[in-house]
Design a protein around this ligand. Structure first.
Ligand code: NAD
Length: 258
């Protein structure tokens, strides 16, 4: 467990985290709750949300909301009244372009780009009214660089980078910042689930996928921990980070230094 290195007081604030039942979203929900925020934890996985709430410290204010983010009107409504919005929910499909399932492409773009747009749309009026807000978009190194066989994911993340910058430009006059956090491979179920697919498309055994595919472009030869991503998110929510907007913060072990 990465210790908290950021001093953050969000008492009286409401933070919404999508995809909060697992991985990075779970770490962000717990981190923001530890700062005193009331956290609206949104996911389609009810069981995962129950585990998040039951495993959290007793004083954590966590409100679990089961919602499938392909329900775009629901996504916009659930964001009303939040002060911090962490757009995190995501999924991955690894296939060559000519075989890429068209329905999967559509779902990935809906959940990872159109839903964030609708969540931001729902959140901004309240943030503007209160003159303060933080939008943190969990992008990826794949928002900045492409990899083969990830057409939908790379397209969605590059789109999210643009949405984030536009939010920054419009929000600045209202005390709202918007930034992307761009991790390389993080130790989460999303990564564990793609090892078999990566092994197939790259034609190598599963036990070589992490070192030969996932860490190939990273100078740092280890996975990122979800708590490290959550700490970067926490920093972007602080007062002293108020001048940081429209940026992308890579936690990529040097991948984009190439
Ligand atoms: P994860 O699979 O552990 O968690 C993703 C969560 O999103 C799950 O709880 C899932 O139920 C939820 N979700 C998916 N589709 C949904 C939908 N339609 N409606 C509501 N909830 C939905 O994945 P993770 O690794 O924690 O990924 C979180 C985010 O971080 C994603 O946006 C991902 O692209 C990004 N990211 C992950 C990595 C990595 O290596 N794990 C690297 C860079 C960026």
């Amino acid at each position: 467990m990465t210790p908290h290195s950021v001093t953050l007081d969000l008492a009286g604030r409401t933070a919404l985290v999508t995809g909060a039942a697992s991985g990075i979203g779970r770490a962000c929900a717990l981190r923001l709750a530890a700062s005193g925020a009331t956290v609206r934890a949104v996911d389609r996985d009810t069981e995962g949300l129950e585990k998040l709430v039951s495993g959290a410290p007793a004083d954590a204010r966590l409100e679990a909301v089961t919602l499938d983010l392909t329900d775009l009107d629901g996504a916009e409504r659930v964001a009303e009244g939040c002060d911090v919005l962490v757009n995190n929910a995501g999924l991955q499909v690894v296939r060559p372009l000519q075989e890429f399932p068209t329905d999967a492409f559509h779902t990935i773009l809906t959940v990872m780009l159109e839903a964030p747009f609708r969540l931001i749309r729902g959140a901004l009026p309240g943030m503007y009214q209160r003159g303060w807000g933080r939008v943190v978009n969990i992008s990826s190194v794949h928002g900045l660089r492409a990899s083969a066989y990830k057409a939908a994911y790379v397209a969605a993340k590059h789109g999210l980078e643009g949405l984030s910058k536009t939010t920054a430009l419009e929000g600045a006059a209202h005390g709202v910042t918007a930034n992307c956090v761009c991790p390389a491979y993080v130790r989460t179920p999303l990564v564990e689930r793609q090892i078999a697919d990566q092994s197939r498309v790259h034609g190598i055994p599963e036990d070589r996928v992490v070192s030969e595919v996932m860490l190939a472009d990273s100078a740092l030869k280890r996975l990122v921990e979800p708590e490290e991503v959550a700490e970067a998110v926490a920093y972007l929510c602080t007062g002293p980070a108020g001048a940081i907007t429209g940026t992308s913060l890579p936690l990529d072990g040097g991948w984009t230094a190439h």
